[in-house]
Design a protein around this ligand. Structure first.
Ligand SMILES: C[S@@+](CC[C@H](N)C(=O)[O-])C[C@H]1O[C@@H](n2cnc3c(N)ncnc32)[C@H](O)[C@@H]1O
Ligand SMILES: *[C@@H]1O[C@H](CO)[C@@H](O)[C@H](O)[C@H]1NC(C)=O
Ligand SMILES: *[C@@H]1O[C@H](CO)[C@@H](O)[C@H](O)[C@H]1NC(C)=O
Ligand SMILES: *[C@@H]1O[C@H](CO)[C@@H](O)[C@H](O)[C@H]1NC(C)=O
Ligand SMILES: *[C@@H]1O[C@H](CO)[C@@H](O)[C@H](O)[C@H]1NC(C)=O
Ligand SMILES: *[C@@H]1O[C@H](CO)[C@@H](O)[C@H](O)[C@H]1NC(C)=O
Ligand SMILES: *[C@@H]1O[C@H](CO)[C@@H](O)[C@H](O)[C@H]1NC(C)=O
Length: 696
């Protein structure tokens, strides 16, 4: 019998409580601290540089946890100044340094300053300048956190002329790739609806998909081309051009779906010690920490313009292509466009580019709308299993209403879901008057076209209107007319707060018939216990140490921030393409049911449940994992799917589990044996509050 009592909280909120996240949250540092390849790279670089520098003064620019400052001290620096712009992090770094005093000689001085490097006073007198500048301020794009700008400023003002920078430099690479599975961005037709028109929403310029730690099926069609080499010892942001054209040869035949961005940095100018973010080159946490980016591609035409719909870029091995790279904000970001070399064209590498303006298709809509289209609408549109489920659920609702002698032709359906209009259009096909409400105008425009070109009979009504239904009660329905069916997203869909818990109270009050039905009608939270040290590396330091470095204050902080008492959403890391190593110790079990046709009527603001999970495997519990499933009659739809777009849009929620009454800095996982595990679930209903985790 497993003796395990874990409490966890589920909060069903009825308002979106979106607070803006600071650039560097404390939480981002757990994956960095568990990025062993990264830590070892810096350790080796400092171990080699420190002994060559007597009485060495070191500046750690962007200190975060203070790890690099501590390694510098450990390997012989005399004095280290650690700069960290985020004051909360600086305080934590201070505590971390305090906890590790024994690692360096007592006369070594480490000071942590809560300051942006560019605000650090210019030191007077050469003796106060630094011998070594060490920094790890690199983003998913090499210069994404403005490292070149901060380093060149610090180099000029704060470093000795003979000073040494770690790393010496690096390179941003671009590789042309074909994706094994393009379905999240190129939805295939479903039951007579041509969804490929939705690819007109594809943003080939600005939007980049962030991946990492996933087995994604990439085929490289070109070499990995260095498109920006950065020499931190000498360069400044002004050295970065606005754009450059490259000639690049296809090494394999295929379709160029995307450009993969990853980078290397090297410790020394000889490039002997290299750290890479290339897919699959690091451990799980490391791969999550930086990840890599995919920028979708289409064939660029004359003047590098795109058409009204994306054109496939098919290449044969050996063919030459032209690639233009735009360097945004001195290389903080980059965009790539590719086209076939014109027949017989002679190529000049620094050709001024004629008009490199962005195509109107992508510039027209609002930036948020474009991001949402690419991150949610397209991946969901390709989810046929989801459309099948919703079609069934609509038919099921119709059957139920017909028992009340309501005829099909007199029914009205309001589709507030993000299913690319499919539930509404399917209902229209059956003869129901349907209104589909996507959030954005340009998405509505494409959906209208899809409806017009589809199998829906001419005399059936399928209207599409962009907006938030809660703000449009007066426009939506004729006076005294209410909808018989309202279609909702499953709980947990991270789309602009239109979760059932946000929508239902006002929909029921203003828009739904008294005997009207919500589709889907039923949801439940599935919960399981998981063994996965890699998962626990996302928000803690397993064992509290990295080698000799004591990082227990980070676990105490994690505890303080509530990771042991709240469910936190993770979209990609538990999906079918994730490279996370994990073992379910219990099968996911429905533990909390929500009848969406009555919620929240009659429910207290707070409920507590004791529950039991059957543990099927002996092991170590690192986390509780939860996810929503929705039901219609016998059918079920949940996060578990081989479809990549589901991974991207349907979250799992995770809460860390640790043994009580042990060293709070160690966060030891809980051993369990076969039998029943007891858990305590508490559920709160109500408006979002600050600092509260929300499952919406
Ligand atoms: C990628 S983290 C690395 C942290 C730490 N060096 C490590 O290796 O674990 C970068 C940190 O640098 C801070 N930072 C970035 N640019 C900075 C600057 N110019 N001055 C001070 N802090 C900066 C950020 O707030 C963030 O915490
Ligand atoms: C770090 O701690 C020292 C004293 O232990 C204090 O003087 C200093 O202000 C602290 N720095 C930060 C950034 O909290
Ligand atoms: C679907 O629409 C696209 C245009 O968006 C068109 O090129 C394609 O031929 C259509 N497919 C079918 C099967 O009608
Ligand atoms: C591309 O670079 C050239 C040369 O540096 C510059 O004249 C031109 O304005 C750039 N075009 C764009 C769109 O940035
Ligand atoms: C529906 O109509 C049938 C006869 O047409 C009648 O027997 C039945 O009571 C009606 N049901 C309802 C719910 O009105
Ligand atoms: C639809 O409802 C109206 C009353 O609202 C009724 O007059 C009409 O006969 C109904 N039509 C059908 C086809 O049931
Ligand atoms: C549409 O027309 C077909 C035949 O032309 C008819 O059977 C059907 O009832 C009509 N539907 C509506 C909603 O008027």
């Amino acid at each position: 019998m497993a003796l395990l009592v874990i409490g966890f909280t589920l909060l069903l909120v009825n308002a979106a409580g979106a607070g803006k996240k600071p650039l560097f949250d404390y939480a981002d540092h757990y994956v960095m601290l568990n990025d062993f390849g990264r830590n070892n790279f810096y350790r080796a670089a400092l171990a080699s540089a420190m002994p060559r520098c007597s009485g060495c003064r070191v500046l750690d620019l962007g200190a975060g946890s203070g790890l690099l400052a501590m390694l510098a001290a450990e390997y012989g620096a005399q004095q280290v100044v650690a700069l960290e712009a985020n004051p909360a992090l600086a305080e934590l770094a201070n505590k971390t340094v305090e906890a590790n005093r024994g690692l360096w000689p007592p006369d070594t001085e480490i000071s942590v300053l809560a300051q942006l490097s560019s605000h650090l006073e210019k030191t007077t007198g050469a003796s106060e300048l630094f011998d070594v500048l060490v920094t790890e301020t690199f983003g998913t794009m090499l210069l994404g956190e403005s490292a070149l700008s901060f380093v060149s400023d610090a180099r000029k003002r704060l470093l000795k002329p003979s000073g040494h920078i770690i790393p010496a430099g690096g390179c941003q690479y671009a590789t042309l790739v074909q994706l094994q599975d393009l379905s999240p961005w190129h939805p295939r037709p479903w039951r007579g609806f041509n969804l490929s028109r939705l690819t007109d929403l594809q943003d080939t310029i600005y939007w980049k998909a962030m991946f990492g730690a996933s087995d994604f099926g990439l085929e490289r069609l070109s070499e990995r081309r260095c498109v920006l080499e950065v020499d931190l010892q000498h360069m400044s942001p002004d050295d970065i051009p606005k754009n450059r054209t490259y000639r690049i040869q296809a090494q394999k035949s295929g379709v160029i779906h995307a450009v993969l961005f990853d980078w290397d940095i090297w410790a020394d100018p000889q490039k002997k010690e290299v750290l890479s973010t290339a897919p699959g080159s690091r451990n799980f946490a490391g791969d999550v920490a930086w990840g890599w980016l995919l920028q979708l591609q289409e064939a660029a035409g004359e003047n590098w313009q795109f058409g009204d719909s994306p054109q496939q870029l098919r290449v044969e091995a050996g063919q030459w292509l032209e690639m233009v790279v735009e360097y945004i904000a001195h290389g903080v970001s980059m965009n790539v466009r590719v086209r076939h070399s014109p027949q017989g064209a002679t190529f000049t590498s620094q050709d001024a580019l004629p008009t490199l303006s962005s195509p109107s298709r992508i510039l027209r809509p609002d930036r948020f709308a474009v991001k949402e289209a690419n991150e949610f609408v397209l991946p969901i549109a390709g989810d046929h299993e989801r459309h099948d489920f919703y079609a069934f659920a609509v038919e099921e609702a119709v059957r139920q209403l017909q028992q009340d002698n309501l005829t099909l032709l007199n029914l009205t359906l309001l589709d507030c879901s993000s299913n690319a209009g499919m539930p509404g259009f399917w209902a229209a096909n059956l003869g129901i008057k349907s209104l589909v409400m996507p959030r954005w105008d340009h998405i509505a425009g494409v959906l209208r076209q899809i409806a017009e070109e589809s199998v829906i009979p001419r005399n059936h009504t399928a209207e599409v209107l962009a907006g938030d239904p809660r703000e449009m009660f007066d426009i939506l329905l004729p006076e005294n007319k209410r909808a018989n069916i309202v279609v909702m997203d499953p709980p947990g869909t991270p789309l602009h707060g239109l979760s059932p818990f946000a929508l239902l109270p006002s929909i029921r009050k203003e828009l739904l018939e008294a005997n009207g039905l919500v589709v889907p009608g039923h949801a439940c939270l599935e919960v399981a216990l998981m063994e996965s040290e890699e998962l626990s590396q996302m928000f803690s330091i397993p064992g509290g140490h990295w080698h000799e470095v004591d990082l227990r204050v980070w676990n105490e902080e994690a505890r303080k921030q509530g990771v042991l008492s709240q469910l936190v959403p993770y979209t990609k890391w538990l999906g079918s393409r994730s490279s996370l190593r994990f073992r379910w110790l219990s099968a996911p079990k429905c533990v909390y049911h929500v009848d969406l046709n009555t919620w929240p009527h009659g429910l207290p603001a707070k409920e507590n449940f004791g529950l039991e999970l059957r543990v099927e495997e002996e092991g170590l519990v690192h986390a509780i994992v939860a996810r929503w499933a929705v039901f219609s009659g016998p059918r079920r739809l949940s996060a578990d799917s081989r479809y990549l777009g589901r991974d991207l849009t349907w979250p799992h929620y995770v809460q860390v589990v640790a043994q009580p009454d042990t060293d709070p800095g160690l966060l030891e996982p809980v051993p369990t044996s076969k039998g029943l595990a007891k858990l305590q679930l508490s559920v709160r209903h109500g408006p979002a509050k600050d600092k509260c985790l929300q499952i919406t």
